[in-house]
Design a protein around this ligand. Structure first.
Ligand code: PMP
Ligand code: GLN
Length: 383
């Protein structure tokens, strides 16, 4: 039997393609973004504790109260943002669900959503499935910042939302407070909602601060602010995230959320809440932890002949390779995976119209020994 595809132009996500190739060729997997080290032992123990202690039935539809309280405390401590535990915070099954729900809450047939390329690959299909159209605007090719003039020109009466992502996957760029002011001016003038993907909020380097949309007075009430515990607690497979939004937006968000997943795995919510409560130092240590890995790997890549785009946040390093190969990026990463046995992500797949510049993305959320072994393999191949 044949059915009409709702996503005729979509294949299997690049993350699965490259991870499968890495497994097949026994390559070090620096492609899909996940750590090769484990969750903190005490967090794993807490998960076990809540599982064997009977915390296994449906939690409230909008999430376990203890976890929502910890999120409220965290955003208050870190960003001086006050978020109401009952009416503004919803726990979701990963940021992916939160993004999907926020998009479906806002977007109807023919509506437009502005996204910035290179864009995380779940945005465009979610917009299409809602009947909308993604309007792709490339980030500047040098420092991957937003050209606000282009955004102004792209806005039409059908523009419902703008999706921003800072720290930015795949480029590692971060948004500035001036960017937020520009965004606020446009969003307010044109009555546009902002969907802010902040899953790498705790990975910002070189002493910089993360600028959350939730702290901007003019954006606070017209935004869905989305984050994920997967990145922060080295637990990408747990798929627990959340969305903070003003009560009127949250009411509509929850109407969709309740029929997408209804709710999220109960003992994991309790375990994360408990761990957040007792270990606020965990996320405070992440910038230095990841910055050291960034620096270790960046130096090795530079010595091999890669050109680096400064990674200001996330756990990704973008690299040019024109000194090493003339291949297009997909062919280059295929060769790296199959011959050098180091897997990476080709960046052109995140563009509507791929740029001239050829780039690959490496994930440095790995043990130092893993990074050094990857560097050794690359070095012995290219030298
Ligand atoms: N947004 C971005 C930019 C990401 O890198 C990821 C990581 N997969 C997600 C959203 C999804 O997060 P989660 O795994 O919590 O669904
Ligand atoms: N966020 C991860 C990355 O960018 C992968 C997420 C996924 O596999 N869907 O590599």
């Amino acid at each position: 039997m044949k059915i009409v595809s709702k996503l005729p132009d979509v294949g299997t996500t690049i993350f699965s393609v490259m991870s499968n190739m890495a497994t097949e060729y026994d390559a070090i997997n620096l492609s899909q973004g996940y750590p090769d080290f484990d969750v903190p032992a005490e967090l794993a123990e807490r998960l076990n504790h809540y599982t064997v202690s009977g915390y296994n039935q449906y939690p409230p539809m909008h999430g376990v109260a203890y976890l929502r309280e910890q999120i409220a405390r965290k955003v208050n401590d870190l960003y001086a943002v006050s978020a109401n535990v009952n009416s503004e915070i919803t726990i979701t099954s990963g940021a992916t669900e939160a993004l999907f729900v926020a998009i479906h809450t806002l977007v109807g047939n023919g509506d437009e959503v502005i996204v910035f390329d290179p864009a995380f690959d779940s945005y465009d299909p979610a917009i299409k499935l809602a009947g909308g159209k993604a309007i792709h605007i490339p980030l500047s090719s040098r420092c991957f910042s937003i050209d606000w003039e282009r955004v102004r020109e792209a806005i039409t009466p059908r523009t419902k939302a703008i999706i921003i992502n800072s720290p930015h996957n795949p480029t590692g760029s971060v948004i500035s407070s001036t960017d937020l002011d520009e965004l606020a001016e446009l969003a307010c003038a044109k009555d546009i909602v902002v969907i802010s993907d902040e899953v790498y909020e705790h990975m910002v380097f070189d002493g910089q601060q993360h600028h959350t949309i939730a702290a901007h007075p003019d954006l606070r009430d017209r935004s869905f602010v989305i984050s994920s515990f997967g990145k922060t607690y080295h637990a990408t497979g747990w798929k627990v995230g959340y969305c903070i939004a003003a009560p009127a937006l949250t009411v509509e968000f929850r109407k969709v959320h309740q029929f997408v997943t209804f709710t999220t795995h109960t003992p994991t919510q309790w375990a994360i809440a408990d761990y957040m409560d007792h270990h606020p130092e965990h996320h405070q240590a992440l910038p230095a932890f990841y910055q050291a890995k960034r620096d270790l790997f960046a130096q090795a890549l530079t010595e091999i002949g890669f050109g680096l785009v400064p990674s200001k946040g996330t756990y990704f390093q973008l690299a040019t390779y024109d000194m090493l190969s003339n291949l297009p990026d997909m062919e280059f990463v295929t060769q790296l995976t199959q011959k050098v046995r180091v897997a990476a992500i080709p960046v052109s797949v995140f563009y509507d119209v791929p740029p001239e510049i050829r780039l690959v993305r490496f994930c440095f959320a790995k043990e130092n020994d893993t990074l050094l072994e990857a560097a050794r393999r690359l070095d012995s191949h290219f030298s």
